[in-house]
Design a protein around this ligand. Structure first.
Ligand code: TRP
Length: 449
């Protein structure tokens, strides 16, 4: 029999584990920092509600109805075989993401170990020098990235219930406790209130088309939307799972964690007078300085905070890489009739290649570029700003216009038992609102609007 999640709380935590990741703790704060703080957050939350939740429900419907891997799932709700390609595209996208995500996750793991050794910290220039030296060495960052892929692999081969679910049930609450401890510590620092104001006081003067696209990409990335990830997880849901309620719960947890992550990072950064818009290096260069300076009189506290922080990042990253890995693993396992172990090896090997290329492109071999960007940036932009919105767009079109209407209704309402009154609203959103928004933001990006 096909594996499945064993409990409601297990499936919500596992799926929230997929959603909550470096996207929340690393990407969200620096995106908010670069795009106007609170104004970005308001646009972001609007997208989560109006596009994210309906998008999640759509993927859930496709996946649970089919009870199989993404490629086959997309051909189960209509007669058109070509929709299968949306699933295949999701599998490719998520494997690419797994590859470059593992690079950053590997950095976190390295920083965790270095923090334990007490070797991180110091003034800004020494921390920067450490980061540059580490990330451009030929071996070390690659090895940490690959270690991360191996860790992911080890959870995946244990299956859904005793691998993914068990692990998430343990890790998600741990992560949440770590996060709260760090938010409290950060907000207690002198001068930290400026950071809170930055997060809560909107400045709309920075908002332009680009900010909308960035917020859209971030919303999709953070909810793990548009790559058939949610569709794969929902194929392990039970018939009685309330899809709408689960989507709302997961979106809520995800947004809460992102905002808490902002409340952890900005107050600390402002308290030592560091600019919030320092970009992707925020957590690897800015924060070690913050830990060092903010806790100057209390080195033990600085030491512990630094360990807790990188442990938090590594855990959040791991529950996400697991979900990216599962998409490809389920596909190879079921479509090529390979054992789960062999299927997982294929995915790990593909991700490893992308991880090595990405890692080299931002360090050891800066010449590894495409369109004037490092390969790492290329992979990030290609997925977050192109493939994810495209996957989401096609999923909405599929569900709204091509899928069998009675089947969609059955899944949405659990055979007419729940959420019946919401169905019309949902249908309106996936038919008209979501595709229009995604398309408009997309065209705007290419200057076509
Ligand atoms: N949502 C995760 C994060 O915020 C990343 C992630 C996990 C993801 N699975 C995904 C992104 C699938 C896109 C597609 O870090």
């Amino acid at each position: 029999m096909r594996d499945s999640f064993g409990s409601k709380i297990g499936l919500v935590l596992a799926t929230a584990g997929s959603a909550v990741g470096l996207g929340n703790v690393w990407r969200f704060p620096f995106m908010a920092g670069q795009n106007g703080g609170a104004a970005f957050i308001i646009i972001y939350i609007f997208f989560i509600v109006i596009l994210g939740v309906p998008g999640m429900v759509s993927e859930f419907i496709v996946g649970r109805h089919a009870g199989t891997n993404a490629a086959r799932a997309y051909s189960r709700l209509s007669t058109g075989r070509q929709w299968k390609h949306v699933g295949v595209m999701g599998i490719v996208t998520s494997t690419i993401i797994l590859g470059f995500y593992a690079v950053v996750a590997g950095w976190c793991l390295n920083y965790l170990f270095v923090s334990i050794g007490g070797d991180i910290g110091g003034d800004a220039s020494s921390v920067r020098q450490y980061f540059v030296q580490f990330s451009s060495s030929p071996v070390s960052p690659v090895l940490w990235g690959l270690t991360f892929i191996v860790l992911t692999h080890l959870v995946i081969v244990r299956g859904i219930r005793s691998g993914i679910e068990k692990f998430s049930k343990l890790m998600m609450p741990t992560m949440f406790v770590l996060l709260i401890v760090l938010v409290v510590a950060s907000c207690m620092l002198p001068g930290s209130m400026k950071g809170v104001t930055f997060l809560l006081n909107p400045n709309f003067s920075k908002v332009d088309g680009h900010v909308f696209l960035a917020a859209l990409g971030q919303a999709f990335f953070s909810l793990s939307l548009g790559t058939a990830c949610l569709c794969t997880y929902s194929s392990y849901f039970s018939r009685s799972t309330n899809l709408v309620r689960s989507a709302v719960q997961i979106a809520f947890i995800d947004t809460l964690v992102a905002i808490l992550a902002g409340l952890m990072i900005f107050p600390a950064a402002f308290s030592v007078g560091i600019n919030p818009d320092s970009g992707p290096s925020l957590i690897f260069i800015t924060l070690p300085c913050v830990f060092h300076e903010a806790f100057a009189g209390m080195p033990v506290l600085g030491y512990v905070t630094s360990i807790l922080f990188y442990a938090l990042l590594s855990l959040a990253a791991l529950t996400s890489t697991i979900s990216m890995h599962e998409i490809g693993t389920a596909f190879f396992h079921e479509e090529l009739n390979k054992s789960r172990k062999t299927a997982a090896c294929y995915v790990s090997a593909l991700a490893a290649v992308i991880c090595i290329v990405s890692s080299f492109s931002v360090g050891y071999m800066p010449g590894l570029q495409l369109f004037g960007m490092s390969m790492m940036d290329c992979f990030d932009k290609l997925t977050a700003q192109l493939l994810l919105p495209l996957g989401g767009f096609l999923t909405c079109i599929y569900i709204g216009w091509f899928a069998s209407f009675p089947r969609v209704y059955e899944e949405f309402t659990n055979d007419s038992t729940v959420n019946r009154s919401l169905f019309r609203v949902y249908l309106f959103l996936v038919r008209y609102v979501c595709p229009t928004f995604i398309l408009a933001i997309f065209l705007d990006q290419f200057g076509l609007l």
